[in-house]
Write a protein that binds this ligand. Structure first.
Ligand code: AMP
Ligand code: MN
Ligand code: MN
Length: 323
């Protein structure tokens, strides 16, 4: 057994009150991983609190175990586990508001800063949920159907329905095993990826109207006014980026989502062979080679100009090096 897994096991055995937290604006991998680990530790007799700074978005409420997610930490916590976060700030909590320093960091972002005492970071994993699946046996944790459902949600959403280049035969073997353990694949796929409200469709409409294209670059923006007009309560792009990245010739797709705090949430997606994570990092964010994001201070117009210019530069250098 790898030393860090042994350490993970020892820390769990010694803990009486565990807090598990995943990232702000949680996606399916953050929520699925969080709930899966929480439930399996609870099944092993541990006292565990699931924490998300932003709570659970409506579309993931179908997942078993999401009702118990809290927005604040218990005071008596003696083990802190952070999931699917490339750095500690991604939890959405100020470091001084965490109940203790991070004991265990489980993640798959290549930009992970190894902020835990124990760090289990595998950038080749398609999702944090895939890493947790592999940890269950060595940690002595059981995967029942509720745990399997949450883990499979992490895999389905982070691979956008198994469309990303990191989907290996091994990933599909994990998927097969999770289905055998009781995870309903078609229901998860439908609810977590396919279904959307009329409000979201109208919101996308505003973004689609403003679509811009220049060579291999496709981008658009969503404003505070758009959200108000359609009544969308989130602060994100409602996954419009995944639709834009299907456009022919879009080597890099960028979306700008205006925030009320004088900032813009930027998301990038790129086709295989074009690593945009360093660019997101240069803007204070992070992510994967083909999916990255950052929160950038400034107004929509100014941030768009800066980011498009920098992204154009990356795209140009990559296409020139291919010649
Ligand atoms: P998004 O663009 O929000 O869909 O995120 C794409 C990827 O980038 C995800 O893997 C995120 O975890 C990562 N990411 C997004 N925003 C940030 C950020 N502000 N800091 C670090 N990583 C981020
Ligand atoms: Mn995530
Ligand atoms: Mn993830």
């Amino acid at each position: 057994m790898k030393p860090e897994i042994l350490e993970f096991r020892t820390l769990i055995e010694g803990a009486t009150s565990i807090a598990v937290v995943a990232h702000e604006r949680p996606d399916g991998d953050a929520i699925g991983s969080l709930i899966a680990l929480t439930l399996s530790l609870q099944n092993a007799g541990k006292q565990v609190a699931s924490i998300l700074a932003d709570g659970v978005p409506n579309r993931f409420r179908f997942l078993p175990g999401t009702d118990d997610v809290q927005r604040t930490f218990p005071t008596d916590c003696n083990l802190l586990i952070v999931l699917d976060c490339s750095d500690v700030e991604r939890t959405g909590f100020e470091v001084e508001d965490l109940p203790r320093s991070v004991d265990i960091n489980v993640d798959h972002h290549p930009t992970n800063t190894h902020f835990g005492v124990v760090n289990i970071v595998d950038p080749h994993a398609s999702a944090t949920a895939e890493i947790l699946f592999g940890l269950a046996e060595p940690l002595g944790l059981e995967i029942d159907s509720r745990v399997a459902t949450n883990l499979l949600t992490g895999l389905v959403t982070d691979t956008i329905g198994f469309r990303t280049t990191n989907v290996t035969p091994q990933v599909l073997n994990v998927v097969a095993r999770l289905i055998e353990l009781g995870a309903p694949l078609s229901e998860i796929y439908e609810r977590a990826l396919n279904r959307r409200s009329i409000i979201v469709a109208r919101y996308w409409g505003y973004g689609l109207l403003r679509l811009e294209q220049e060579d291999g670059l496709v981008w658009t923006s969503l404003t505070l006014e758009d959200r108000q007009r359609v009544g969308y309560s989130g602060k994100d792009d409602a996954d419009l980026i995944n639709l834009l990245s299907t456009i022919d010739g879009a080597e890099v797709t960028v979306i700008f989502v205006e925030q009320s705090e004088g900032a813009v949430k930027v998301s990038w997606r790129s086709r295989a062979g074009l690593n945009i994570a360093p660019l997101a990092e240069a803007f204070g964010g992070g992510g994967h080679h083909q999916a990255a994001g950052a929160m950038i201070a400034g107004d929509l117009e100014e941030v768009t100009k800066r980011v498009i210019s920098a992204t154009r530069g990356i795209l140009k250098s990559v296409t020139e090096s291919r010649r």
